[in-house]
Ligand binder design. Structure first.
Ligand code: FEO
Length: 385
């Protein structure tokens, strides 16, 4: 971020991380990630969250520059996950007179992370305020967005929402890309399971006039806020964004792929938008985000060791733990002997909520035959109904 000032009184002091291989040890971040932190300068000064230990040095320097010789009065910790709490102990040692403000739940969890004199901690509840001068922070609890102790803070004078992980995005701040795709991949994979809790937060936010959203990852949002809020509304209610068929498939020697390509043509002939993803090669977090994005799923894979092919099983596991629901799904399987993939795919999909399975299941024997086409057309018709 070139512009350090969010407003005249609020300074960005976070840092980009472009060398981390996998965020949370699982998500590819080709454009890095930012750990956001802010300072509010008023009669009192408040630091809004710290950063991951990986970028401590840059954050400390940014903090000193922003304070310009002043001492911080408060550190407000909205979220205890280590990418934001990593420097709480360092901060507390460096600024022994500063108080540390966090939710009561966070204060209870804090000893799991650090040994800190409890007299330094101010535990706050829903609706509590912290007056800094003209600036006043009003706290709203946001449990499971994305940990149980999370809260957000609304600064009333400038109408700023410090939103913790919510409204974050993968990508360092100098990444030149639009917000939606990487915000979706971030949301679905990190917070997606907690849709009902995000809905509760959105209900609280609906009563606020918001000029700017300051998340803990990704850009500060000053424009198109209604668009971003509407996307969160859609994602957290598990509604599809686009009517399209995601064909998520795996193919060992290419025969399932040929069947899938034929199925894509059949669907396109019927006017459908089709998105093909090879589960063995695509980034899993991206395909999971696609499954949330599109209205229909066609799952296709071979039987392998009398089981699901590993990439297909992994995909179904991810859909389940992320709470994927409210979709229509079709199943295609391939087997040279003893087919099991369709049965196991169906069982996995039936464990999820509000999934309608389109019939019939198409079962290919090794390679696609002309005699398979009629059944595929029938499945396409049902999937698109
Ligand atoms: Fe960015 Fe849940 O931490």
């Amino acid at each position: 971020m070139k512009e350090k000032h969010v407003t005249d009184s609020v300074v960005y002091i976070g840092a980009d991380d472009k060398t981390l291989d996998l965020f949370e040890s699982q998500y590819q971040i080709p454009n890095g990630i930012s750990y956001n932190s802010y300072v509010i300068l008023d009669d009192k000064t408040a630091v809004m969250d710290t950063v991951d230990l990986r970028v401590s040095e840059e954050w400390e320097k940014n903090l000193e520059e922003a304070l310009d010789g002043r001492e911080p009065d408060y550190l407000v910790s909205l979220h205890l996950e280590p990418d934001h709490s990593g420097n709480i102990l360092n901060f507390a040692r460096k600024y022994p007179d500063a108080k540390i403000v966090m939710s009561v739940k966070a204060a209870m969890m804090l000893p799991q992370f650090f040994e800190l004199d409890s007299s330094r901690i101010i535990g706050v509840k829903e609706g509590d305020s912290l007056k800094l001068g003209t600036h006043v922070l009003k706290f709203m609890l946001a449990p499971m967005v994305h940990w149980p102790e999370v809260m957000v803070a609304y600064e009333t004078s400038e109408k700023l929402l410090f939103s913790a992980d919510a409204f974050g995005k993968f990508g360092a701040l100098d990444t030149d890309e639009e917000w939606t795709d990487e915000a979706r991949r971030y949301y679905i994979n990190i917070v997606g399971k907690y849709g009902p809790q995000v809905q509760m937060l959105l209900k609280k936010a609906a009563g606020l006039e918001i000029a700017c959203i300051c998340p803990l990852h990704g850009p500060v949002l000053k424009e198109n806020l209604l668009y971003c809020l509407n996307k969160y509304q859609q994602w957290s209610s598990y509604e599809a964004e686009e009517d399209a068929v995601l064909i998520a498939y795996a193919s060992i020697h290419g025969n399932t792929k040929k069947a899938v390509d034929k199925m894509a043509d059949i669907l396109k002939d019927r006017g459908a938008k089709v998105v093909l993803r090879d589960l063995a090669r695509a980034d899993m977090s991206s395909v999971v985000a696609d499954a949330f994005r599109y209205s229909r799923l066609l799952l296709a894979g071979p039987t392998y060791d009398l089981n699901l092919f590993p990439a297909v099983e992994d995909f179904l596991y991810h859909l389940k733990i992320k709470g994927w629901r409210k979709r229509k799904a079709g199943i295609m399987e391939n087997a040279s002997w003893a087919p099991a993939a369709a049965k196991l795919s169906r069982a996995a999909l039936e464990e999820m909520k509000e999934i309608e399975i389109a019939e019939p299941v198409v079962s290919i024997k090794t390679s696609l035959k002309e005699t398979d086409i009629a059944l595929m057309e029938e499945l396409a018709d049902e999937l698109l109904k």
